[in-house]
Design a protein. Structure first.
Length: 273
C-alpha cells in the first residue's frame, strides 16, 4: 500500500486500471490507515473548493462540497459557512455528524449543506462525495426544465444517469426537503434542481467534482447550441457507446487529478493544516 506524505508530488499508482476507455489510467491510491485516507480526502476537498472559486462557481454563501469520513460513515467533511471558495484551506474544513453538530473544526456549518449532504450520504451509500453549486449554466438549464440532451461525447456521460428535481419550497433548510432531494437522486450521478442549481455525486470526491465540471460545461454547450439552432442528438446506441467511455467512473476520477495538479501548483497554501 502507498503512503502519501507530500501531496504536491504524490506518485501515481504503477498498475493500470481496467476501464472501459482502454486508456492507461492508474488506479486510485490505497492508504494504510483511516488517518491517511482522511488527510487525502480533506486535501482533495480543499482543492476542489479552490477550483470552484477559480472557475467562478461561487454565489455568495451558496454552494458546498462534501466527502464522507473514511472511519465514521455517518460523518462528512464540508466547507465552512461564510468562507469564500477562493480562501478555503484544509485547516478551515469542518466535519459534521448526522445530527448537524460540528465535531471537528472551528467554523459553523451551512444549514443547507447539512440537510442536503447528510441525506445524500445516508440514503446513497455509493455517494462518497457530493458537489453542489448555483452556476449560471445549471440554473439556466434548470429554469427551462430540461436535462442534458446527448449532443456530444461529454453529455453522454449523463445519459440515463441524471434526473430533474422540480419541487421548490424555498431554500433547502429542512431535513424533509434534503431527504426528498436524496430520494429523487437515487443512483444517478447528477440531479438538476429546478430554480436552484446542480448536485453531482461520485464514488470519490475526485469523481463527483469532475462530473460537476463536466455537467456545467455541457449545460453551456446545450444552451449555446439551442440558441443557435436545432442540435442533432446521438441515437440511443451512439449515446450508450459514448457514455461507456466518457462516463467511465475511473476516467472521472483520473480527470480530476489534472485539476488537482493545476490548483496545488498555483495555490499551495490551500494545503495549510
Amino acid at each position: 500500500m502507498t503512503t502519501m506524505t507530500d501531496p504536491t508530488t504524490e506518485p501515481r499508482a504503477e498498475f493500470l486500471a481496467d476501464t472501459a476507455t482502454g486508456l492507461p489510467i492508474p488506479g486510485e491510491p490505497v492508504f494504510a490507515t483511516h488517518e491517511e485516507t482522511r488527510r487525502h480526502r480533506r486535501q482533495r476537498l480543499a482543492a476542489a473548493l479552490r477550483l470552484f472559486g477559480k472557475y467562478g462557481f461561487g454565489e455568495g454563501i451558496s454552494g458546498h462540497i462534501s466527502v464522507r469520513d473514511p472511519e465514521y460513515p455517518d460523518q462528512f467533511w464540508v466547507n465552512p459557512f461564510g468562507v469564500s471558495f477562493k480562501h478555503v484551506r484544509v485547516a478551515d474544513l469542518i466535519c459534521v455528524d448526522a445530527r448537524g453538530r460540528v465535531v471537528h473544526g472551528r467554523h459553523r456549518v451551512n444549514p443547507s449543506a447539512f440537510v442536503i449532504h447528510s441525506q445524500i450520504h445516508e440514503l446513497q451509500p455509493g455517494a462518497t462525495a457530493a458537489a453542489h453549486g448555483h452556476t449560471a449554466h445549471s440554473r439556466a438549464l434548470g429554469a427551462l426544465g430540461r436535462l442534458l440532451d446527448p449532443i456530444d461525447q461529454e453529455s453522454a456521460a449523463f445519459y440515463g444517469r441524471q434526473v430533474l428535481y422540480e419541487a421548490y419550497e424555498g431554500p433547502s433548510v429542512s431535513l424533509e426537503q434534503g431527504r426528498d432531494i436524496a430520494e429523487h437522486l437515487g443512483d444517478n450521478r447528477a440531479i438538476l434542481l429546478r430554480h436552484h442549481g446542480l448536485i453531482t455525486v461520485g464514488g470519490s470526491l475526485d469523481e463527483a467534482v469532475h462530473w460537476f465540471f463536466t455537467y456545467d460545461g455541457c449545460a453551456q454547450v446545450q444552451l449555446l447550441a439551442r440558441a443557435a439552432g436545432n442540435p442533432k442528438k446521438f441515437t440511443h446506441e451512439q449515446a450508450v457507446a459514448a457514455g461507456d467511455g466518457f462516463g467511465d467512473a475511473q476516467l472521472g476520477w483520473f480527470s480530476f487529478q489534472l485539476l488537482w495538479d493545476e490548483i496545488v501548483r498555483e495555490e499551495p497554501d490551500l494545503l495549510d493544516e
